[in-house]
Design a protein around this ligand. Sequence first.
Ligand SMILES: NC(=O)c1ccc[n+]([C@@H]2O[C@H](COP(=O)([O-])OP(=O)(O)OC[C@H]3O[C@@H](n4cnc5c(N)ncnc54)[C@H](OP(=O)(O)O)[C@@H]3O)[C@@H](O)[C@H]2O)c1
Length: 321
Amino acid sequence: MSEHIMRAVTVREFGGPEVLTVEEVARPEPLPTEVLVRVHAAGVNPVDWKTREGRGMAELQTLPLILGWDVSGVVEEVGFGVTTLAPGDEVYAMPWFPRAAGGYAEYVTAPARQWARKPSTLDHAHAAAVPLAALTAWQALADAAHVRAGERVLITAAAGGVGHFAVQFARRLGAHVIATAGAARHPWLKELGADETIDYTTTRFEDAATDVDVVIDLVGDAHDRTGTRSLKVLRPGGLLVALTAGVSPELARAAEAAGVRVTPYLVEPDAAALTTIAGLIDAGEVAVEVAETFPLEQAAAAHARLETARTRGKLVLTVTG
Ligand SMILES: NC(=O)c1ccc[n+]([C@@H]2O[C@H](COP(=O)([O-])OP(=O)(O)OC[C@H]3O[C@@H](n4cnc5c(N)ncnc54)[C@H](OP(=O)(O)O)[C@@H]3O)[C@@H](O)[C@H]2O)c1
């Protein structure tokens, strides 16, 4: 294969998992201040399949599209002016979000300062599981909610990609962590730092949790009105961080009537936070859960699995190496 051609999973029209097609496409070239990274693994996130369906970040994209925002790999080439990275460096990132990053491919280019050094104790598959989910949890807890020691934090969908990081980060911030998940996940979530677990399949969390300062809602109103129901567990003035679909006018009105606050939130690239998170991982303070890896060619199967919303931790595509 020519060095200027690469394999990638492309989307030529929005639709089901079957629109994900392996093709040979032109390899990107790094502009000045960018680096070219040989992708070893690419994380799969719900925003990927939602965008593939024509929702998610679809309206920001042009077709054909290469999905994938989570990348772990090795710097192949640096563009003019780059002094912070060199060929051979192992890096990870969530570059370009919400613009397309093209992670489901053999190569990606992105600004050098959007990349962080990959956690040295992780292989690429586990490193690729980190950026989008961990940054979401980190920024939602620390930047959006300013969680402080002693506060009570409820995390819905705590066993998923974002949730399992949120449990660990909230615990590190000194919060009392209440996690919703199916009962089979409870022992694991307690190991990660959950103080209380609620089985959402048998118990309505508003009957089991009270006086909560912050809700990190990873389920939303589309499923059993989880966002609106979570307003009931908040103390007066408490905050709902709504991560799945923004804040509808109905949800905003319900929050106002309940005397609590609600904010939408969208993750942003943040190499400095990824460097801090890599340090926590390498110190053994944060664990990364990968439920399953799929070869790049099986991206459609990975999407179909993630769409069931029953994954413990993350799914990852292995690309090379
Ligand atoms: N705003 C942002 O910046 C942002 C960033 C990242 C993700 N998100 C959104 O946040 C959501 C979660 O993302 P993710 O990557 O963590 O998803 P994920 O990994 O697919 O989540 C899977 C988990 O969801 C749990 N779950 C499903 N329904 C549940 C319910 N009703 N109550 C409690 N848990 C439930 C499952 O637990 P069991 O297996 O125990 O059933 C499973 O462990 C998605 O909608 C995603 O699009 C938003």
